[in-house]
Design a protein around this ligand. Structure first.
Ligand code: SAM
Length: 265
C-alpha cells in the first residue's frame, strides 16, 4: 500500500479534495494511506512561528527549516521519499508519477510565501518537483496534483473506470477522441467507425487520431513516442496539409489552425 503524507501550513486546503471521488474511495478501501500533516504542530514557542524574513533582504517571508525538518522526521519511515514542491524543480510528468507510484511512502512538502529555506531543499528533500512553468501561491495545489496523479496509478484504484495504460502520455501520445451516447447530439454524429464493431479498424482509427492530436497540440512528444516508419510517414502527410478522415476538432479550431482538408488514415 502506498502511504503519502502532505506537509502543509494549510491542511484544510488539501483535506476536502482528498475525500472525494476516486481518491476518497481508494483511501476508504485502504488502497492508499494519505495523511495531512499540519506544519504548525511542529513549530515551537508561544506563537508557533513557521516563517521568517530572508537574510540579505528582499521582500517576502520564507518557511523556517526547524518545523519542516521536525514534521518530516516525525512521519518519515525507512524507504520514504521526501519531495519538495517547487517551481524550480524537475518537471512532474506521467513518467515521474509512474515512478513514484511504485514507492512505499512519499512525503510531499508544500512551500508557501517566497518558498522554503534552502537547507530544506539541500538536506531534507530527496527531489524537487514543479507542476508547470508558472508560480502559485503555495505548494498545496501542486501536492494535490502529485497525490492525484500518483494515486490513480496504484493497483486497484481505477477499477473498471479506465485503464491507465490507454491514457494520454502512457503510450507516448495524447489520447484519441472518446464518445458516449447519444449517437447524435445537436447534429454532431459519433464517427461511424466507432459503431462498426470492427475492432481492428477502430484500433487503427484511434491510433491515427492520437497521432494527429499529438502532432497538432504537442509535437514535442512525437520523437519519444516510438512511432513506426509508417506512422512517421503519416506525420509527414500531416505536415503537408493532409488530415485524418474523420475530423475531431471543434469547428472554431478547424477554422483557425490553417491545416489543409485532404484526408489520410
Ligand atoms: N519564490 C519562489 C520562486 O520564485 O521560485 C516561488 C515561491 S511560491 C510563491 C510558494 C510555494 O508554492 C513554493 O515554495 C512551492 O512549494 C509552491 N509552488 C508554486 N508554484 C509551483 C509550481 N509551479 N510547482 C510546484 N510548486 C509550486
Amino acid at each position: 500500500m502506498l502511504r503519502l503524507d502532505i506537509v502543509t501550513l494549510f491542511p484544510a486546503m488539501v483535506e476536502a479534495p482528498l475525500e472525494e471521488s476516486i481518491i476518497g474511495r481508494a483511501r476508504r478501501r485502504g488502497l492508499v494511506d494519505i495523511r495531512v500533516v499540519n506544519l504548525r504542530d511542529y513549530a515551537v514557542g508561544t506563537h508557533r512561528i513557521t516563517d521568517d524574513y530572508q537574510f540579505g533582504g528582499g521582500g517576502g517571508m520564507v518557511l523556517k527549516p526547524e518545523p519542516l525538518f521536525a514534521a518530516v522526521e516525525a512521519v518519515r519511515t525507512p524507504g520514504a521519499r521526501v519531495i519538495l514542491l517547487d517551481p524550480r524543480g524537475a518537471a512532474f510528468t506521467q513518467e515521474v508519477a509512474g515512478r513514484l507510484a511504485g514507492l512505499p511512502h512519499l512525503i510531499l512538502i508544500a512551500g508557501r510565501y517566497e518558498g522554503v529555506d534552502e537547507r530544506v531543499r539541500e538536506r531534507l528533500a530527496d527531489e524537487s518537483l514543479s507542476i508547470g512553468d508558472y508560480v502559485l501561491t503555495g505548494g498545496e495545489l501542486p501536492a494535490l496534483v502529485v497525490a492525484d496523479a500518483v494515486t490513480r496509478l496504484v493497483a486497484g484504484v481505477l477499477g473498471g473506470e479506465g485503464a491507465a495504460e490507454h491514457e494520454s502520455f502512457a503510450s507516448g501520445l495524447l489520447e484519441p477522441p472518446q464518445y458516449t451516447r447519444p449517437e447524435e447530439f445537436r447534429g454532431a454524429r459519433v464517427p461511424a467507425v466507432l459503431l462498426s464493431g470492427d475492432h481492428a479498424r477502430i484500433a487503427r482509427w484511434r491510433r491515427v487520431q492520437a497521432l494527429w492530436r499529438t502532432w497538432r497540440s504537442r509535437p514535442d512528444l512525437l520523437p519519444r513516442a516510438g512511432l513506426s516508419a509508417e506512422e512517421w510517414e503519416l506525420v509527414e502527410r500531416f505536415e503537408r496539409g493532409e488530415r485524418p478522415e474523420e475530423p475531431d476538432a471543434p469547428a472554431d479550431q478547424e477554422r483557425n489552425d490553417g491545416h489543409g482538408r485532404d484526408s489520410v488514415g
